[in-house]
Design a protein around this ligand. Structure first.
Ligand code: BGC
Length: 743
C-alpha cells in the first residue's frame, strides 16, 4: 500500500516528485474523453521509468496468440487496443542540454489531476546539470466538449539564466505496446505532412493474417502556437521528419523570469468515424477550428461539460476526506472512459489508463458498470452497452459453434473487441461461461430500471434466446442425480477451475431460462417473435421448463448453505486471516496450491445472492455470507464492492466500511501493488454501487425506486444523485436520517 497522494476533495496531488512511483502516478493521472485517452506522463523527455500510453477508442490490433500448448477452440489472436500516436510530446534542449527530470535536481514539484475540471497540471522548479534553474508549468486535457481534440499549454520560465531553447513539438507514432505478444509494432506509416506550424501524421494498423479483421487508419494533427510573456511569437522553425514521426523545432531566446509558452492543439481521428482517404482533410479543417477557438475557450467548454457531468453524478461525503477523494476519483475515471455515444464502444477493465487486459470487453461491463450508467446518465448510454452485445450476437453464435454447440446457441466471449473470443486459457475461455448469465441479467437490470420493455422486442429476446439455447445444450442429464448438471466450469472465483456444478453458474443458467420464457410471453403479445430466430416454441420451451424444474444445486444441509461447487466441503476450510502472511496468494502461492485451497478470489455464491437478493431470506444470506466471506481473499478488484452491499443489507456496517475502503482507494493507495499497469476502471463502478446500493440501500422494484440508507461510522453525512425515469434525485443521509429531493 502506498500513501503519497495528498488527500483533497477534488484533486489528486503528487507533491514532491516520486520517481519510484512514476508509473503509478501516470496511471492515476490519466486523461480521457470517451474517444481517446492517455496516461499522465510528462510532455518533455523523461529517461526514468515511464509507460507512455495514448489510446483511441475502438482502435485495436489482432496480436498473435501466445500459448504454451495449443488447444482446439483457442482463438488465433488477442485483440488489443493499441498504443497510438503520442500527441503531447515535446523535446526541449536548453543551451544544448536536453531537459529531462531524471537528470535534474528537483527543487519543487506538483502534479495535479483536477477532477472537477478534467485537467492535468504540473508546476515544478528544477536545476539542470549545468546549473540552470527553471520553472515548468503545463496544463493539458482531452476535450469533453470537442471529443476529437486535445490541448496542451507548456511554459518554461528561466530563473537564473538567459539562453537559447530548441523546442521540438512532435507527433510520434513509432510506438509499441509493452504487452505485445511477439515484440511486434502494430503501425505502418501512410502519410505525413508539415505545413507551417501544423503537422499531420497518418498511420494504418499492419496487415494481419486473419480474415475479417478490420485495419484502422488514424490521423493526428497538431497546430503549434508560441508565446513569450503571453504575446504570440513568430519565430524561426524547422520541420523534422522521421519514421512515423513529424515535428517542428522552434529556436527561442529565453529571458530570465519571462515565461515562454508552447501551445499544442491536437486532433486525433480514426477510420471508425472518418473515411481514411478524407481523414487528413477533415483533420485540417477540425484543427483549424479548434486552434482558432484558442486555449481559454476550449478549456471553458471542457469545464462546462464536466460541470454538467458532476451536476448529475457527484457524491459528497462529509467528515472523511479520503473517502470523498476516493469516490470522486472513481466517478471521474468512469466518465472519462465511456460516454455512451457510440454502441461500437465498450469499457475495458483498464479503460485508457494502461495496457493490461488489452482494453477489451469483459463481463465486468454487465455485472458492474451498467448499474452506474443507468443511474448517472441518460437511458441511451446503458442501452448502447446492451446493443453492443446485440450487435455481436452472430459472433457469439459462431463462437459457440466452434466449440460444438448448434441451433443458434450463443456463447459470448470472455474477452472481446469485435465479438470474437480473444482469451486463450482453456479454464477461462471454455469454462468461465457464467459471463453469458451476466449478459442476460443486464437486459433484466436495464428494463427493471428504465421500464423500457420494448427493448425485449427489438433486441433483448434475440440475445436471451441465444444464451438460453446455450445453457440448454451445456447442461446434461445425470442419471445418477436425476437432475441436470453442468460439468467442467470456472465460476467467478477463478481460484477454482474445471469444477462441476458451480452453484452460481447453475443458478444464472436456470434464471436465464426462466427470464427468457417471461420475455417470450411479452414479445408474443407485443408483435411476435422474429422469424429469423427459427424458434421452435413447443420443443424448446418444453426442454427449458424441464431444466428449470430439475436443475441441480449443491447444498450442505448441515450448515444450510449453498455449496460453491461439488466437493467443496472436501477442502480444508480455513479463514483468510489464518494465512495473512501468505497474501496475496496469487503472488505468493503456486497455482496448484491455490486450486486445492478453499480460498476464494471474489464473490461467487455471494455474487448470485447479490443479483437475486429477493430469492433468498435474510437468514439464508447471513449463513452464506458468514460461511464464504471469511474464506474470501478479495484478490479481484470486483470483490469488495459486492461484499459491501451485502454487509449493508445484513446491517454489518463495520464490515461494509472495511470493504468499502478497499474498493474506494484501491488504486489511489495501490492496495494490490498493480496500479502501475493501469487503473481498475470496471471495479470503479462497483465502488459507486457500494455507496449507492450499499450504504444508500437504493433498489428498484416493480418500477418503484426506494432507499434504505445507513451512515458509515467515519462519515458525518453524505449525498448522492441518481436519475430515475427522467427525474434527477438527490439523497442526503446524516445522523438524523435521510431525505430524498427531486431536483
Ligand atoms: C476477475 C474477472 C474479471 C477480470 C477483468 C479478473 O481478475 O477475476 O472476474 O472479469 O479480472 O476485470
Amino acid at each position: 500500500m502506498k500513501n503519497y497522494i495528498k488527500h483533497d476533495p477534488w484533486c489528486i496531488i503528487e507533491e514532491g516528485f516520486h520517481p519510484e512511483f512514476n508509473e503509478v502516478t501516470e496511471s492515476l493521472m490519466s486523461l480521457g474523453n470517451g474517444r481517446m485517452g492517455q496516461r499522465g506522463s510528462f510532455e518533455e523527455t523523461y529517461s526514468g521509468a515511464s509507460l507512455q500510453g495514448n489510446y483511441i477508442a475502438g482502435v485495436w490490433f489482432p496480436d498473435k496468440t501466445k500459448v504454451g500448448w495449443w488447444k482446439n477452440g483457442y482463438p488465433n489472436y488477442f485483440a488489443k487496443v493499441i498504443n497510438a500516436i503520442n500527441w503531447n510530446g515535446l523535446s526541449i534542449q536548453i543551451d544544448g542540454i536536453e531537459l529531462d527530470l531524471a537528470t535534474c535536481e528537483i527543487i519543487s514539484f506538483w502534479r495535479t489531476l483536477n477532477m472537477k475540471d478534467g485537467t492535468l497540471k504540473r508546476v515544478c522548479t528544477v536545476k539542470m546539470e549545468n546549473g540552470h534553474e527553471l520553472t515548468i508549468e503545463s496544463v493539458r486535457f482531452c476535450s469533453m466538449s470537442h471529443d476529437e481534440a486535445a490541448v496542451l499549454s507548456y511554459s518554461i520560465t528561466p530563473l537564473n539564466f538567459a539562453g537559447t531553447a530548441k523546442i521540438t513539438a512532435f507527433l510520434d507514432g513509432d510506438v509499441s505496446n509493452k504487452d505485445s505478444n511477439h515484440g511486434e509494432k502494430f503501425w505502418e506509416e501512410v502519410d505525413k505532412e508539415i505545413v507551417g506550424t501544423e503537422a499531420y501524421l497518418t498511420l494504418k494498423t499492419k496487415e494481419s493474417p486473419w480474415e475479417n479483421v478490420p485495419r484502422f487508419t488514424i490521423t493526428s494533427g497538431m497546430h503549434v502556437k508560441l508565446f513569450k510573456a503571453e504575446k504570440v511569437q513568430e519565430v524561426q522553425s524547422l520541420p523534422v521528419r522521421g519514421d512515423k514521426y513529424v515535428g517542428r523545432t522552434f529556436e527561442v531566446d529565453l529571458t530570465t523570469n519571462i515565461k515562454t509558452t508552447v501551445q499544442k492543439y491536437v486532433c486525433n481521428l480514426s477510420s471508425e468515424n472518418h473515411a481514411p482517404e478524407s481523414q487528413v482533410a477533415v483533420a485540417k479543417k477540425y484543427l483549424n477550428e479548434i486552434a482558432h477557438l484558442g486555449f481559454e475557450v476550449l478549456l471553458g467548454d471542457h469545464k462546462k461539460a464536466w460541470e454538467e457531468k458532476w451536476n448529475h453524478n457527484d457524491i459528497k461525503i462529509n467528515g472523511d476526506i479520503a473517502a470523498q477523494q476516493g469516490i470522486r476519483f472513481n466517478i471521474f475515471h468512469l466518465e472519462q472512459t465511456y460516454t455512451g455515444k457510440d454502441a461500437r464502444l465498450n469499457i475495458g477493465p483498464k479503460g485508457f489508463t494502461g495496457e493490461k487486459y488489452g482494453g477489451v470487453t469483459y463481463w465486468d461491463t454487465e455485472a458492474y458498470c451498467i448499474p452506474f450508467y443507468l443511474a448517472t446518465a441518460p437511458e441511451e448510454v446503458s442501452k448502447n452497452l446492451l446493443v453492443y452485445r446485440h450487435n455481436q450476437l452472430q459472433k457469439a453464435i459462431e463462437n459457440a459453434s466452434i466449440l460444438g454447440f448448434n441451433n443458434g446457441a450463443a456463447l459470448y466471449p470472455m474477452v472481446t473487441m469485435n465479438g470474437e473470443e480473444c482469451h486463450n486459457e482453456w479454464e477461462i475461455t471454455f469454462e468461465e461461461i457464467h459471463r453469458n448469465g451476466a449478459i442476460a441479467y443486464a437486459i433484466y437490470d436495464y428494463i427493471n430500471y428504465t421500464g423500457d420493455k420494448s427493448y425485449l422486442k427489438d433486441y433483448g429476446l434475440d440475445v436471451l434466446i441465444g444464451i438460453s439455447r446455450f445453457w440448454a445444450q451445456r447442461v446434461n442429464w445425470s442419471e445418477d442425480k436425476k437432475k441436470y448438471v453442468m460439468l467442467g466450469v470456472t465460476g467467478p472465483n477463478e481460484y477454482e477451475n474445471n469444477v462441476n456444478n458451480n452453484w452460481y453458474t447453475n443458478y444464472m443458467a436456470q434464471w436465464t431460462l426462466k427470464y427468457t420464457l417471461e420475455a417470450l410471453a411479452y414479445v408474443k403479445e407485443n408483435g411476435g417473435v422474429k422469424a429469423e430466430l427459427n424458434f421452435d416454441e413447443a420443443a424448446e420451451t418444453k426442454h427449458w421448463q424441464d431444466i428449470i424444474e430439475k436443475m441441480y444445486f449443491p447444498y450442505d444441509a448441515g450448515r444450510q448453505v449453498f455449496l460453491q461447487q461439488d466437493g467443496f466441503l472436501d477442502k480444508e476450510l480455513l479463514a483468510a486471516t489464518d494465512i495473512e502472511e501468505h497474501r496475496p496468494i496469487n503472488q505468493k502461492w503456486s497455482w496448484d496450491r491455490i486450486l486445492r485451497s478453499c480460498f476464494i478470489k471474489q464473490a461467487d455464491v455471494l455474487q448470485g445472492m447479490y443479483f437475486h437478493e429477493d430469492d433468498f431470506s435474510k437468514e439464508e444470506l447471513e449463513r452464506n455470507f458468514d460461511f464464504y466471506e471469511p474464506m474470501t481473499v478479495h484478490e479481484s478488484s470486483l470483490s469488495p464492492c459486492v461484499h459491501t452491499i451485502l454487509a449493508c443489507k445484513l446491517g454489518r456496517i463495520e464490515k461494509a466500511d472495511e470493504m468499502y475502503v478497499r474498493t474506494a482507494r484501491l488504486d489511489l493507495d495501490d492496495y494490490n501493488n498493480d496500479t502501475e499497469d493501469g487503473l481498475h476502471i470496471t471495479s470503479m463502478a462497483g465502488t459507486w454501487m457500494a455507496v449507492v446500493k450499499g450504504f444508500g440501500g437504493m433498489r428498484v422494484k416493480d418500477g418503484e425506486l426506494s432507499f434504505n440508507p445507513v451512515l458509515p461510522g467515519s462519515w458525518e453525512s453524505y449525498s448522492f444523485r441518481v436519475g430515475f425515469q427522467g427525474v434527477l434525485k438527490e439523497v442526503t443521509v446524516n445522523k438524523d436520517g435521510y431525505e430524498v429531493k427531486d431536483l
